[in-house]
Write a protein that binds this ligand. Structure first.
Ligand code: UGA
Length: 442
C-alpha cells in the first residue's frame, strides 16, 4: 500500500485516483472546485463513465479513497503526487498550462517532506523541466523532489478498463530511482514499462494521439475516394486490417474525430513544430481532413433534403463518441450548428449527452427516444455510434418519417438493408454516393 495524492478530479484524475485505490493504495484526490468535491463525497459523479461510480463508492467505503480541496490534507502522508489537471487549448492552438503551473506552485508551497511529482496531464515537451523549475523556485525552503512524466492513454467510455489493462506504461525522468519507484505502482498491471527521459515520454503521448488521429483522417480520406470510385470503405478497412503491420484499430470512417484530446493534441503538436521553425504538413492535412469530414456529412444532408429552411432534421447521437456524455469538440454539435444556420429545425436524442448539449445549444429540441425523434422528420442523421442504436426498429422509424432520408455518419447500418426497408440511405464511403462535393472548403 502506497500513499498517493492526485491533483485534479477530471477524467484522468478521477479514474487514476480511483483505480490506484482499487489496487489497494490509499488515495486522496484534491480539487479546487468545492462544489465538485462535495458532490464526489456524496458519491455523485461529475462525468458519465461506465463502472466508475461503483468503483468510487467501493473504495470510499473501504477508506482507501477520499476527496478534499486542501493540499495540506492531500500531501500530508503522500509519497507520490500525480498532476492530472486540464491542459486546454490556448488562443493559438498551444496547450494552456495555467492549471499545471498552479498545481506545481501549490505542491511546492505545501510539501513538508520529499515527494515524487508525476505528470499525467498531456503537456508540451519540456513541461517536466518547467514544473521542476517552478517547484524549486516556489519552495519556501529546499525539500528534495523528483519529476516523472507518466502520460495517460485511457479513453473516455472505457477509462477504467483502459487504466487496468494498459498496453504499456511510459515513465520518463532524469531521476532513475524515482521512475523505478513509480514503476512499482504499475507492476501489478503486468504491462510493458518503457523507461525513458522526460522529454521523450512527453513526446510519446503527443505522437501516439497524433498517429491515431492520422489513421482516422487517412481512412476518412479513403472513404471520400471510395464514394467516387464505387468501393466500400468498411470492407477496405477490414481487408487492410488483416495485414499485421496495419491492424484493425482506428480505421472506422465517419464524421471525423472529436473529444477533448485528439483535436487539441494534434493542434498543440503542430504548434510546437511551428514555433520551432518546422512545417508540420501531415498534421495540417490530418486537421483539414477532419474538418472537411464534418462538412461532408452536412453537405450530404443538404444534397438529399434540398433547401433546409424549416425542414426537421433529427440527430441520432450528440456525444463525441459512444459511452460518454462528453460533447467537447463533438462533430454532432458542428453539424447541428450548420443545420440551424441554414434555417432547419434541429432535434436530437442521445442516451446521456442531452443535458450537456442543452446547456450550450438550447435551440436543439431534445426527444425522449429515437422513435419520437424520427416522427415527422425530413431526415435522420446518425452522429454517435451508441450500441443501443444498432437494434432499433428501422422499419417503424422509416414509416414514421416525413421523408425517409437516412444519413449514417457512423456506418451503423447496412446500406442494402436500409434501402430495402425504404430509406434513401447514405453512409460514409459506402460505394457510389452521388454527392458532387469533393473540393475542400473549410
Ligand atoms: C484518446 C486516445 O484514444 C487515448 O489513448 C488518450 O489517452 C486520450 O485520447 C487522451 O489523450 O486523453 P478519447 O479522446 O477518449 O481517447 O477517444 P477515442 O476513443 O480515441 O476517440 C476519439 C475520436 O475519434 C472519437 O470522436 C471517435 O468517435 C473517433 N474515432 C475513433 C473515429 O472516428 N474512428 C475510429 O476508428 C476511432
Amino acid at each position: 500500500m502506497k500513499n498517493i495524492c492526485v491533483i485534479g478530479t477530471g477524467y484522468v484524475g478521477l479514474v487514476t485516483g480511483t483505480c490506484f485505490a482499487d489496487l489497494g493504495n490509499r488515495v486522496i484526490a484534491v480539487d479546487y472546485d468545492e462544489a465538485k468535491v462535495e458532490r464526489l463525497k456524496q458519491g455523485e459523479m461529475p462525468i458519465y463513465e461506465p463502472g466508475l461510480k461503483e468503483m468510487v463508492e467501493r473504495n470510499t467505503h473501504a477508506g482507501r479513497l477520499s476527496f478534499t480541496t486542501s493540499y495540506d490534507e492531500g500531501l500530508e502522508d503522500a509519497e507520490y503526487v500525480f498532476i492530472c489537471v486540464g491542459t486546454p487549448e490556448g488562443v493559438d492552438g498551444e496547450a494552456d498550462l495555467q492549471y499545471v503551473r498552479s498545481a506545481a506552485e501549490s505542491i511546492a508551497k505545501t510539501m513538508k517532506h520529499p515527494l515524487i511529482i508525476i505528470n499525467k496531464s498531456t503537456v508540451p515537451v519540456g513541461t517536466g523541466d518547467w514544473v521542476a523549475d517552478i517547484v524549486r523556485n516556489t519552495q519556501p525552503s529546499p525539500i528534495a523532489f523528483s519529476v516523472v512524466s507518466c502520460p495517460e492513454f485511457l479513453r473516455e467510455g472505457s477509462a477504467v478498463r483502459d487504466f487496468m489493462n494498459p498496453d504499456r506504461t511510459v515513465l520518463g525522468s532524469t531521476d532513475k530511482s524515482a521512475a523505478e519507484a513509480v514503476a512499482q505502482l504499475y507492476l501489478s498491471l503486468r504491462a510493458p514499462i518503457v523507461m525513458t527521459d522526460l522529454r521523450t515520454a512527453e513526446m510519446i503521448k503527443y505522437a501516439s494521439n497524433a498517429f491515431l488521429a492520422t489513421r482516422i483522417s487517412f481512412i476518412n480520406e479513403i472513404s471520400i475516394i471510395c464514394e467516387k470510385l464505387g468501393a466500400d470503405v468498411m470492407e477496405v478497412a477490414q481487408g487492410m486490417g488483416f495485414d499485421q503491420r496495419i491492424g484493425h484499430h482506428f480505421l472506422q470512417a465517419g464524421v471525423g474525430y472529436g473529444g477533448s484530446c485528439f483535436p487539441k493534441d494534434v493542434k498543440a503538436l503542430a504548434y510546437m513544430a511551428d514555433t520551432h521553425g518546422m512545417h508540420p504538413q501531415l498534421l495540417r492535412a490530418v486537421m483539414d481532413i477532419n474538418s472537411f469530414q464534418r462538412k461532408h456529412i452536412m453537405l450530404k444532408v443538404q444534397d438529399m433534403v434540398g433547401d433546409l429552411e424549416n425542414k426537421v432534421i433529427a440527430l441520432l447521437g450528440l456525444a463525441f463518441k459512444e459511452n460518454t456524455d462528453d460533447i467537447r469538440e463533438s462533430p454532432a454539435l458542428t453539424v447541428a450548428e450548420y443545420l440551424l444556420n441554414e434555417g432547419a429545425i434541429v432535434r436530437a436524442y442521445d442516451p446521456v449527452a442531452m443535458p450537456n448539449t442543452t446547456r450550450v445549444m438550447p435551440k436543439i429540441d431534445m426527444c425522449n427516444n429515437p422513435y419520437d425523434l424520427a416522427k415527422g422528420a425530413d431526415a435522420l442523421v446518425v452522429l454517435t455510434p451508441w450500441n443501443e442504436f444498432k437494434q432499433l426498429d428501422m422499419g417503424k422509424i422509416c414509416q414514421s418519417m416525413k421523408q425517409p432520408i437516412l444519413v449514417d455518419g457512423r456506418n451503423m447500418y447496412e446500406p442494402a438493408v436500409m434501402r430495402e426497408i425504404g430509406f434513401a440511405y447514405r453512409g460514409v464511403g459506402r460505394g457510389y454516393d452521388g454527392v458532387g462535393h469533393t473540393t475542400v472548403e473549410i
